[in-house]
Design a protein around this ligand. Structure first.
Ligand SMILES: Cc1cc2nc3c(=O)[nH]c(=O)nc-3n(C[C@H](O)[C@H](O)[C@H](O)COP(=O)(O)OP(=O)(O)OC[C@H]3O[C@@H](n4cnc5c(N)ncnc54)[C@H](O)[C@@H]3O)c2cc1C
Length: 325
């Protein structure tokens, strides 16, 4: 049941920041995740602050010699369909196209997608779990088939966003506005592991807003992709996903990132996989070695051991596909 809250529709970024100063206020972009959380009583909220009318936070544009800016309120569907994104960052276009259903991609924004709450059934259900201020992660001894195999100390949720993995692989940063001014945070430093603080997912303070995402200019020979495996053909979150962003010189990878989705409480950058790739020819031997390295430190729970061979297969296949692209 929805608890009582007041509602404010901001007409400017400054006004939104003023509304957010209220204790217990929550930011609402498309509302596709927030309203579900309120209905399921995942957290309390005294005031819903809608920013959906702020046109300055919408749209995708090239910044002269400095890459691309994506406004935080840009619908996920627009990111997937953008000719700029498709040309420069196909991995992001693919990830956005894999998010949920067409309706949710039209309603949900890219800012909301990277800030959405985890999808663990204990966290979203009637359990006072560790993430909600309790003392126990119920997934540890419970139904943990969809939970983390990496980075899961104390709490074993997986990060639900497809686009966050692609953005992190592409070296994107989040521009953030708060009452004290602005800051630019690389996505790699945006997410918080439960071993650091199991009660938050990101470095955002409750009175801060992501205003845009910035992506660096891709160099010649740069390739990216996103591949997601899910239990159903219709909308579903990733059981295992991989975002690749590689710099190639001929058939040799000279730099790059490998980021896993569905693996950990944050989009998981696999430096082990990257080490196995960089400086090597992108062939079957390298792909196999990188896939094995990506899961070498995985610690599966009782019911999610299947994710290890699944990740190996997905990473190996996707690397070879990117090599042939
Ligand atoms: C049935 C279903 C299936 C889904 N499947 C997938 C999937 O397969 N892959 C996937 O990636 N996602 C999936 N999602 C998540 C969906 O994509 C998100 O709900 C959506 O992207 C969130 O965008 P929104 O604008 O509606 O966010 P909101 O619901 O408005 O906000 C979500 C959260 O982010 C915060 N927030 C929003 N915007 C900002 C901002 N600019 N700055 C700071 N904080 C902000 C809000 O306070 C809130 O906590 C699914 C959701 C549903 C309901």
């Amino acid at each position: 049941m929805l608890s009582q809250f007041s509602y404010a529709r901001a007409t400017s970024l400054d006004e939104a920041l003023q509304y957010l100063a209220t204790d217990g206020a929550r930011l609402c972009a498309g509302g596709s995740d927030l309203i579900g959380c309120l209905r399921d009583e995942v957290f309390e909220c005294s005031k819903v602050v809608s920013i959906s009318g702020l046109d300055e936070l919408k749209g995708i544009s090239k910044i002269a010699d400095a890459g691309v800016r994506i406004g935080a309120l840009t619908p996920v569907a627009e990111v997937a369909a953008s000719p700029i994104v498709q040309e420069l960052y196909p991995g992001l276009a693919q990830a956005a196209g894999e998010v949920a259903s067409p309706q949710l991609r039209n309603q949900g924004t890219i800012g909301g997608n990277i800030c959405q709450k985890p999808r663990c059934w204990y966290y979203r259900g009637e359990f006072h779990c560790l993430r909600k201020g309790g003392t126990t992660c119920y997934a540890l001894a419970g139904e943990n088939q969809f939970h983390a195999i990496l980075g899961g100390a104390r709490c074993y949720v997986v990060h639900p966003s497809d686009t966050a993995a692609a953005l992190m692989a592409l070296g994107a940063s989040a521009r953030i506005r708060g009452p004290e001014g602005g800051r630019l945070v690389p996505l790699e430093e945006f997410y918080v592991l439960p071993s650091t603080d199991p009660h938050r997912e990101t470095v955002l303070e409750p009175d801060e807003i992501v205003t845009e995402l910035t992506l660096p200019v891709p160099a010649r020979g740069f390739r990216s992709s996103y591949r997601k495996v899910r239990a159903r053909g219709a909308w579903d979150f990733a059981l295992a996903g991989v975002a690749l962003a590689l710099q190639l010189d001929g058939d040799r990878a000279t730099a790059g990132r490998v980021v896993l989705s569905g693996a950990a409480p944050v989009p998981w950058r696999s430096r082990e996989a990257e080490q196995a790739i960089i400086g090597q020819r992108l062939d079957a031997t390298t792909a196999q070695a990188a896939a094995a390295a990506a899961v070498q430190n995985a610690v599966p729970l009782k019911r999610n051991g299947y994710k290890i061979p699944l990740f190996r297969g997905v990473i190996e296949e996707e690397l070879l596909k990117l090599a042939r692209a």
